[in-house]
Write a new protein. Structure first.
Length: 230
């Protein structure tokens, strides 16, 4: 245990500092697993998959081919292109690590991902018969990423928080729509996952509580704005 010296009117004093918290190795494994499983490049794809295959009330009457095409678009723009972009940036030495641990490393990936997020929103918005809420979700992801880029100027905002905040707020939006089915259990699960992943990021010392909460707040705000303007 280390000590800290400080001066008081009574003279030089010392105070014992609490040693930094070191999580149990098993907790670290679980925390890393949750961080990868619910990485921001996967979360939008999970939401689209939920809408297509688990509770397809937005795609009633859609053929398997149409669902597969929608899933393919989501995979390419939300997962494949962002992953490839980050790998290319690392290969060009424009970022120091693909884990984007440093705030400055996140600037270019945010900008590049915004291009893909804008494109899929633009495509879905122009498709005849595209469900309204899939357009709202695509716009939410784009707005959340854009606000994340701006927030990154001031602090290392949590990308996990942004992704899960957007997903949870979107499910909340669906749950209060009179035409939707009862998805309360899925909404509760999303809230639980958001809390677990937040705990995991704190255990790994990847973020402070403020950074994670702000990420979630950005995601929620993006959904509110997207539902208002879409």
């Amino acid at each position: 245990m280390s000590t800290q010296l400080f001066i008081t009117p009574e003279g030089l004093q010392q105070e014992n500092e609490k040693p930094p918290y070191i999580p149990h190795p098993v907790l670290k494994v679980v925390a890393n697993f949750l961080s990868y499983l619910f990485h921001p490049v996967f979360v939008p794809l999970y939401v689209v998959s939920f809408l297509l295959f688990i509770e397809p009330f937005l795609f009633v009457g859609a053929s398997p081919q149409e669902k597969a095409l929608t899933f393919g678009r989501a995979f390419i723009n939300y997962t494949f292109f962002p992953l490839i972009s980050v790998l290319l940036l690392k290969g060009l030495n424009l970022i120091s690590s693909i884990k984007l641990k440093e705030r400055k490393d996140r600037i270019v990936p945010f900008i590049v991902c915004n291009i893909w997020y804008f494109w899929i929103w633009y495509v879905w918005r122009g498709l005849p018969g595209a469900p309204h809420y899939i357009v709202v979700f695509a716009l939410s992801v784009f707005l959340a990423s854009s606000m994340g880029l701006l927030s990154n100027i001031y602090l290392k905002i949590s990308m996990h928080g942004i992704g899960l905040g957007t997903a949870t707020a979107f499910l909340c939006l669906l749950s209060i729509d009179p035409s939707s089915t009862n998805i309360t259990i899925y909404l509760a699960l999303a809230i639980l996952i958001t809390g677990l992943v937040g705990t995991a990021r704190l255990l790994l010392s990847a973020h402070t509580p403020r950074e994670y909460y702000m990420g979630v707040g950005v995601g929620v705000l993006a959904v509110i704005i997207a539902n208002w303007v879409a």
